[in-house]
Design a protein around this ligand. Structure first.
Ligand SMILES: [Zn+2]
Ligand SMILES: [Zn+2]
Length: 482
């Protein structure tokens, strides 16, 4: 069937239904007559509002017989929105619909109506062959929050579809059984489910359960699930767990450390302070300090910025790099602050240059300017050039430029400074040999009497990648003759 036509027919039918509802708000309408004739719930009609409600439901019930599955799906949804128990029989009937979308809609609506009489009907739907129907049935049952449904939900933890298992985990977390049975089930999911997202969901749900989960989680804070368990502990928000997580942070696996750091982030400032202390304690283990710096970057609390900048002066490249990486994670402003201190406020050019080279990998702007500036200085060119090209892109180009200048030997006179233009090596009446400098010509031996020479300068120009044509600075270096 053409989709456009189908949509239109749904619209017309719904419009028709809505019209009936508004007509029903008045008295003595055909719809009410129809309703009364049919005898449905007539004894319950007490007020105008209820009349309207019941009337709309009966109209919708009629529409559930429509041959279009799209209409049945939509009408089933509307019946749920009305929350009227009189819709229950027709919705239960819709659970047998051959179209999964209709069954799903009916299940969702039954969940909204939340009448305890339908629990057994919904439990049957947990075996539906359609994934979406099973998933929505789990969620509909969850609306009852009743501990008695837990045994039925447990088997859904083995459902072949990860989405169904994930929903089940979420719903189990909302049910209070009065004991730790749900925690045990969720721990099992966290440890064993084959889908990582389901396991992560279990970790979050366990964390949201809070303190009752903690003893179960701490026992499993090891091995390959350490990161997930830590996440869960962090989610409990219990700050007394800071030392436990700080210890868990010392793991060789960077993925694990990432999750432990995230978990510490959930615990907020007390965890940040603990990490800052580890980082700034000089005799603490190097790895622990490195991991603390890394974690501070993941947590992203700006409070840690000064301590991280301080760590950039560390001898250990590992700690320095982690601290700089953390500053970058916290934000560009943190890198800027570091650069201001290390590059702008540093007066020793050599130290300043080294800092700029280090900060270049974080794309810092102040370092860029300093490195371009360093192109003017012969001794720094070789170091600045590869750093500029690697971290800031673009190219450093060596260009030459010729300039006519006054001859430095004769200061522009063109006369040989050895013989003052006489061409002789001395004075007297005896034979006097010719001037050695000018071979007797009397002209300046550098400029050959021109008074001017051409001098070639070399410049290093940094051409940024993005702009292409714009060059930053036009420094002159290597003055000297070709
Ligand atoms: Zn000269
Ligand atoms: Zn001479």
């Amino acid at each position: 069937m053409n989709i456009k036509i189908k949509k239109e027919s749904i619209f017309i039918t719904i419009f028709f239904a809505v019209s009936i509802v508004s007509v029903c708000a008045g008295e003595e309408t055909k719809a009410i007559a129809l309703l009364r004739d049919s005898g449905t719930e007539s004894s319950n009609i007490q007020s105008d509002t209820e009349t309207a409600d019941t009337c709309a439901v009966s109209t919708l019930v009629e529409l559930m017989k429509d041959e279009s599955s799209g209409i049945r799906e939509y009408v089933a949804e509307l019946l749920g929105d009305k929350g009227n128990t009189s819709a229950i029989p027709v919705l239960i009937e819709a659970l047998k619909d051959t179209f999964p979308v209709v069954r799903k809609s009916a299940v969702m609506s039954l969940g909204k109506i939340s009448d305890s009489s339908i629990v057994p009907v919904l439990i049957n739907m947990l075996d539906d062959k359609d994934t979406e129907v099973r998933k929505n049935t789990v969620e509909a049952l969850g609306k009852f929050g009743d501990a008695s449904i837990v045994p039925n939900l447990v088997k859904m933890l083995n459902d072949k579809d990860a989405e169904v298992r994930k929903s089940t985990v979420k719903i189990l977390g909302t049910i209070d059984t009065g004991d730790s049975s749900v925690i045990v089930m969720l721990m099992n999911v966290l440890k064993k489910d084959k889908d990582w997202l389901v396991r992560k969901e279990a970790a979050f749900v366990l964390g949201n359960i809070g303190n009752p989960s903690i003893p179960f989680l701490i026992k499993e804070l090891k091995g390959s699930i350490k990161g997930l368990v830590a996440l869960s502990l962090g989610k409990t928000g219990n700050v007394s767990l800071v030392p436990v997580l700080k210890k868990a942070l010392n793991d060789e696996n960077p993925e694990t450390r990432k999750y432990v750091a995230q978990a510490m982030g959930y615990l907020g400032r007390p965890a940040v302070v603990a990490l800052m202390t580890t980082l700034s304690t000089p005799n603490e283990n190097k790895d622990k300090r490195k991991y603390a710096a890394e974690a501070l970057g993941i947590v992203g609390d700006s409070m840690a910025v000064p301590v991280l900048i301080e760590a950039l002066n560390e001898k250990s490249e590992d700690i320095k790099n982690s601290a700089a990486e953390a500053l970058k994670n916290i934000g560009q402003y943190a890198v800027d602050m570091a650069a201001k201190k290390l590059v702008e406020d540093e007066h020793n050019f050599d130290v300043c240059f080294k800092n700029a080279v280090f900060l270049a990998k974080f794309g810092d702007g102040r370092s860029l300017l300093l490195l371009v500036e360093a192109l003017k200085l012969e001794t720094y060119v070789e170091k600045a050039l590869p750093v500029l090209e690697k971290y800031y892109g673009g190219k450093v180009k060596k260009v030459s430029e010729s300039k006519e200048i006054l001859c430095p030997a004769c200061e522009g006179s063109g006369i040989c400074s050895g013989c003052k233009g006489t061409g002789k090596s001395g004075e007297g009446i005896m034979f006097i040999p010719a001037c050695e400098w000018c071979d007797g010509s009397g002209k300046c031996f550098i400029c050959k009497g021109e008074g001017k020479i051409i001098k070639v300068y070399y410049k290093y120009i940094y051409v940024p990648a993005a702009e292409g044509k714009v060059s930053i600075g036009m420094p002159e270096v290597d003055p000297g003759n070709k």
